[in-house]
Write a protein that binds this ligand. Sequence first.
Ligand SMILES: [Zn+2]
Length: 303
Amino acid sequence: MRQLIIFIVLIINYSIAQAALEVQQVADNVYALEGETTQRSPANLGNNSTHGVIITNKGVILIDSGASYLGAKQLHEAIQTITDQPIKIVINSGGQDHRWLGNDYFQQLGARIISSAKTHQDQKVRTDYHLNRLGGLIHESLDGTVAFYSTETFDEKMKLTLGNVDLELYHFGPAHTVGDIVIWMPNTKTMFTGDVVFNDRMLGIGPAKNAQSWVDVFEKMAEFKPEHVVPGHGRVSDLAIATKNTQQYLKFLINKIGNILENDGDMLEASKINQSEFHFLSGHQDIAGKNAQWVFEQMEFDY
Ligand SMILES: [Zn+2]
């Protein structure tokens, strides 16, 4: 009997073993915390996403607070392996769960929470949707999660200083979500892009479902000529890789769907587009067909 109990305890511990975040140094005092590029799961606590960390002489700025209370705690523990400075500011780069549902954990530590005004609105509108969906995907790893919205917002541009670090925050328009922003750190030429850039895994056109706007937002981001791109998903890269993985894929879809519409084609043809040149991006089996359909729906409406 005792052996059976030990066995069961081992199984339970094993089943909730956390997927580790990769800590990557990007520049002096700049890091990325890279989560899995798979779907949200109990093991990854919903953190199937990449997060930015900037260490100043007055505390830490965290970009994106994780998808859950436990996910936020995991981010904090990873940060504590690189610094013992407190988290002073959390920036929510967009409206997806992993960008902000850990806010409550960090506000309890006294952090300011900043987002675009559009993201603040998006957080409110989609709270129930996110919590319901996460409940079905990460189960008990959602325990303790309470929606806490950003407390400081801006419309298009915000300058932010903490200690010896200056940042510029820009909302250029809808990309993956309606309120996405990019965060520019001039002195290290680092761009934190949130969901404006997907590396390693295939992006999803939703929820904003505006591929052309996403292309334009990417273009404005690229004009800064960043040396380091900390994406919303996948590994840190240079601008060329980010462009290939994200903007070229969006342009590819727009181009293919445009050809179909010009020839009076239909949705069925859209779903049959050969996307194999982007099959190096993980998750394409699940999302490639949907992306083509979403772009078709939008472009057909505009056509
Ligand atoms: Zn995302």
